[in-house]
Design a protein around this ligand. Structure first.
Ligand SMILES: C[S@@+](CC[C@H](N)C(=O)[O-])C[C@H]1O[C@@H](n2cnc3c(N)ncnc32)[C@H](O)[C@@H]1O
Length: 313
């Protein structure tokens, strides 16, 4: 008890932590290199407040020493994961962006039902799934469709943060995750527990969680032939080059005719012309055109043709 510090002493220690502008730049670079996330010039206070406890816990008095620890220590990987987790935004909730979800459930699923009827399999990727609400929402929407009852429904849910994935696998949620969810869904798909609501097994069963960093496409070999990719409220944190690379990966991982669902503040303007914007009744959604392959062949044949044209040297 004699060693217990007063709140004022704790505050003084925190305030004495040295965090220069140069060190702030090192953290900005670190987040960009490791996660592709751009932290703007205003985020110094945010980084300070999110990381001060970690710096103090390691008994450093300067953020720069903590940075070198993250760069060179033997245990750096675990601590780095914590830092990425602390500095990324994980905001999410069930049934987020209902008009887009209505489009998915009423129109997109109907097309896939017809298109995949010979093999009765649907593959969906929730990229940047955070604590799992998005992936479980997709699972509930599929369960609401009796037509998919005897289908193999695979939902791959990925995030860079092991922490949010651990939470997602547990599948126990509090009120904050249920903003605006119809009570009927809560009654049907959740079990009330002391500390929240547990997702029922039938919802969990369709979803598999994996740790995937979207800027490391070489680790995504199993994420292929997707019918739909949800990547909502993730690319806003990347710069243009990273967005281009991530979207190119999605293009490659989607089947021809596959759908890409972004967040409402996100678009593919300036990123790629390789997707078409499909207008549905309630929303607009990007789709990988079947003709991309044909076009590519035509383009390359066109180039060949131009080279072979007689009379030109
Ligand atoms: C705001 S949440 C979005 C959650 C959900 N998609 C939604 O719209 O409700 C963004 C998530 O993207 C993840 N993220 C950020 N950078 C990432 C990266 N490079 N690779 C994979 N996930 C990343 C974060 O960890 C975070 O959980």
């Amino acid at each position: 008890m004699a060693n217990m510090r007063t709140p004022q002493e704790i505050l003084d220690t925190e305030q004495k932590l040295v965090f220069t502008d140069d060190t702030f730049k090192l953290f900005q670079d670190l987040m960009f290199q490791k996660a592709g996330v751009v932290m703007d010039e205003q985020s110094k206070t945010f980084i300070r407040s999110r990381l001060k406890d970690s710096v103090l816990k390691k008994q450093f008095s300067d953020f720069r020493d903590y940075y070198y620890f993250l760069k060179y220590d033997r245990d750096k990987e675990t601590e780095l994961s914590r830092v990425i987790d602390l500095l990324t935004i994980h905001e999410t909730y069930f049934f987020r962006e209902t008009l887009q979800l209505d489009t998915f459930s009423d129109e997109i699923l109907a097309e896939i039902l017809e298109r995949n009827k010979s093999h009765k399999t649907i593959r969906i990727w929730s990229a940047g799934c955070s604590t799992g609400e998005e992936a479980y929402t997709i699972s509930m929407l599929l369960l609401e469709k009796p037509e998919f009852k005897d289908w193999r429904c695979e939902i791959f849910a990925t995030d860079i943060s092991p922490n949010v994935l651990q939470f997602a696998r547990k599948g126990v949620y509090t009120d904050n995750s249920f903003r605006g969810v119809p009570q009927a869904y809560i009654d049907k798909y959740f079990i009330k527990e002391n500390n929240g609501y547990r997702v029922k097994d039938q919802v969990k069963e369709k979803v598999t969680f994996f740790q995937i960093n979207l800027i490391e496409p070489q680790k995504m070999f199993f994420l292929s032939e997707m019918d739909v990719i949800f990547c909502r409220n993730v690319i806003i944190y990347f710069n243009l080059d990273v967005r281009k690379n991530v979207i190119a990966t999605f293009h490659e991982r989607l089947k021809p005719d596959g759908f890409l669902l972004l967040g409402h503040s996100e678009s593919l303007s300036y990123i790629t012309p390789e997707f078409e914007l499909r207008h549905f009744k309630k929303d607009m959604v990007y789709q990988k055109p079947v003709r991309s392959l044909d076009q590519a062949i035509q383009r390359s044949e066109g180039r060949k043709g131009a080279l072979l044209e007689p009379g030109k040297d």
